[in-house]
Design a protein around this ligand. Structure first.
Ligand SMILES: [Zn+2]
Ligand SMILES: [Zn+2]
Length: 159
C-alpha cells in the first residue's frame, strides 16, 4: 500500500516535470519540493504546514519563499487553492485547462477533485447575466467521505 502510494506520487511528479519541460516552466528544486509535499498530502495543506514538511530537506525556509513557489504552482495549474481552508491541493489534471469542484471531508479532511463538468459551466455562464465578471471559480462541497460516513453511521442504519 505504502509503495503503491509512493509510486503514484512519483508518476504525478514525473508528469508535472514533463509538463514543465514542454512549456518551458522553471520547476526549480524548491518549487518541485513544495509541489511534491502538496502531492503527498491527501488533504489541502497550508503554507505553514509546507514549511514544516520542507524543513528536513531545506532547513527553515522563509515564508515569502514558500509563497513565491506557491504563486508559481498556482499560476501554472500545478495546484489549486482551497479558499475555505486557505490551503493548497495538487491538481489531478496538470496541463489540462479546467474548472474544478472539490469534495472535502469534514471528518478526516480527505479531498477529491472533480474536474470540469456541467455545473461549473452553468455557473460561469450565469454570472454575466448578473453583470458579474468571474476571475476565479472554485466550488467546494463539504461533508463526509465514504469511510467517515460508514464510521459515524450506526451499523444497519438506513443510508
Ligand atoms: Zn485541477
Ligand atoms: Zn473522511
Amino acid at each position: 500500500m505504502a509503495t503503491s502510494m509512493a509510486e503514484h506520487h512519483a508518476v504525478r511528479l514525473a508528469h508535472a516535470e514533463a509538463h514543465a519541460a514542454l512549456h518551458g516552466l522553471a520547476l526549480t528544486p524548491l518549487r518541485r519540493q513544495v509541489y511534491a509535499a502538496i502531492v503527498a498530502s491527501d488533504r489541502p495543506i497550508g503554507a505553514y504546514e509546507l514549511l514544516d514538511a520542507l524543513e528536513p530537506q531545506r532547513g527553515r525556509v522563509p515564508p515569502t519563499t514558500i509563497y513565491r513557489a506557491l504563486d508559481f504552482l498556482l499560476a501554472h495549474g500545478f495546484v489549486h487553492r482551497i479558499e475555505s481552508k486557505n490551503a493548497f491541493f495538487a491538481c489531478c489534471e496538470v496541463g489540462v485547462p479546467h474548472r474544478s469542484q472539490f469534495l472535502m471531508c469534514d471528518g478526516c479532511g480527505a479531498t477529491v477533485e472533480i474536474p470540469g463538468g456541467d455545473l461549473a459551466q452553468q455557473l460561469s455562464h450565469s454570472a454575466p447575466a448578473h453583470g458579474f465578471e468571474v476571475h476565479r471559480q472554485v466550488v467546494e462541497l463539504s461533508g463526509l467521505c465514504a469511510r467517515c460516513a460508514r464510521a459515524t453511521r450506526p451499523a444497519g442504519a438506513p443510508l
